[in-house]
Ligand binder design. Structure first.
Ligand SMILES: Nc1ncnc2c1ncn2[C@@H]1O[C@H](COP(=O)(O)OP(=O)(O)OP(=O)(O)O)[C@@H](O)[C@H]1O
Ligand SMILES: [Mg+2]
Length: 372
């Protein structure tokens, strides 16, 4: 991109965060810091502590970046909910007149308050270009019930489901679904609060646990599945929606549970490419692109499909708008395997973020009622 060549852009890497995926974020951010193109971008590091405080971090020499970024004490900074210094700048808590200008933000974070539209709302108010999906796609993508409704409307096959709220009788929430079924909080992540329920007697306990994490719970027919994932990337310049070849996660547990994800290093084995037929791969790519468009995503998303062993067809499980982003995470690996190396991927994301911001800033925001 020609606009990138002349001046280095200052890129704010925001990491940590208040979600359960805080530690994953420290690893994702370490990879981004290590591999981002220093000829094009100059990093500014800000950690979000578990308390929510934003703390400016010192630079780390490229050859000394650890696998997981540490959080050290430093000056408290924040983004004001209005544009500062021409639009993009961090403010300092100790001296609100002091600012540090930035050109683009990469929220290298996952989960609640990071990936659900709340942080993206702050970026919008501050008028800062940011990597990834906007407010709407982020919040819908995070809510399993609303995401399903959007996918259904777009004609994308999904798993049969019911929505349960606390006031419903456990006996009435199942409808025709039958057992086994999956019980999941509408908003969660990392399989926290997700249960496979094999018989009616276990339903109440599963619902009780899921309702700890959200007031709305999704119940799904349990399918026998293979887990197929794809990386979707919006390319700068053309806006083309690029989709990687599918990858597969071979899960060595009854399902891809919290234990399989984080506690057992052999919990799941990635297969790149997924051993499926070329026709199946094409179908998976079509679905991933349709899912990205159904939620009006921008920048990137990882689309997770189930290959239903009973029918041989795909159903859409979910979309992740800020997927795990270490250099060995599925999203970057799938991009790399399909021809976009990790450093290029990071550059593309920054470029798309800046372009999207430019386009949106040309929209008319204030409407003055003409006086006659
Ligand atoms: N309907 C289903 N049939 C079979 N397996 C399922 C079903 N729903 C979920 N699973 C299993 O449970 C795992 C976790 O479910 P899901 O992906 O919906 O939630 P999550 O992983 O908590 O969300 P996130 O990926 O946003 O962290 C899936 O990867 C899959 O192994
Ligand atoms: Mg999942």
């Amino acid at each position: 991109m020609s606009f990138m060549k002349n001046t280095k852009k200052r890129a704010l890497l925001l990491f940590g965060g208040r979600s359960g995926e805080h530690e994953v974020s420290l690893r994702s951010a370490a990879s981004v810091l290590k591999f981002m193109d220093r000829n094009l971008f100059e990093p500014v590091l800000v950690a979000i502590e578990k308390s929510g405080r934003w703390v400016l971090q010192p630079e780390i020499p490229v050859d000394r970046i650890p696998a997981s970024l540490p959080i050290v004490s430093g000056e408290e900074v924040y983004l004001a909910p209005y544009p500062k210094s021409g639009g993009s700048a961090l403010s300092f808590a100790a001296d609100s007149k002091k600012t540090l200008s930035i050109d683009v933000v990469f929220p290298v974070m996952h989960g609640t308050f990071c990936e659900d539209g709340t942080l993206q709302g702050l970026f919008e108010l501050a008028e800062v270009p940011y990597v990834g999906c906007g407010v709407l796609a982020s919040s819908v993508g995070m809510d399993k019930v609303f995401a399903k409704r959007a996918f259904e409307t777009a004609g994308i096959p999904i798993t049969p489901y019911r929505v349960a709220t606390k006031d419903m009788e456990p006996g009435s929430v199942m409808g025709e679904l039958g057992f086994p079924c999956f019980v999941k909080p509408a908003n969660s992540g990392s399989s926290v609060g997700v249960h496979k329920v094999k018989k009616r007697a276990d339903l109440e306990d599963a619902l009780f646990d899921a309702f700890k994490y959200d007031t709305v719970v999704l119940i799904e027919k349990a399918l026998t599945v293979r887990e197929i994932e794809l990386a979707v990337l919006e390319l700068p310049g053309t806006g083309e929606i690029w989709v990687s070849q599918p990858g597969e996660l071979k899960v060595n547990h009854e399902f891809y549970s919290y234990e399989a994800k984080y506690l057992d290093e052999n919990g799941a084995v990635p297969l790149l490419p997924a051993p499926i037929s070329p026709e199946q791969a094409e179908e998976a790519k079509r679905m991933a692109k349709a899912a990205f468009q159904a939620l009006q995503c921008s920048g990137m998303a990882r689309v997770d499909l189930f290959l239903d062993q009973a029918t041989g067809g795909f159903v859409l499980n979910e979309i992740n708008t800020l997927p795990g982003f270490t250099s060995i995470s599925m999203y970057p690996k799938m991009c790399e395997h399909s021809g976009i190396p990790y450093p290029t991927l990071i550059t593309r994301l920054f470029e798309t973020a800046i372009e999207r911001h430019q386009k949106r800033s040309e929209l008319v925001r204030d409407f003055v009622i003409p006086t006659s």
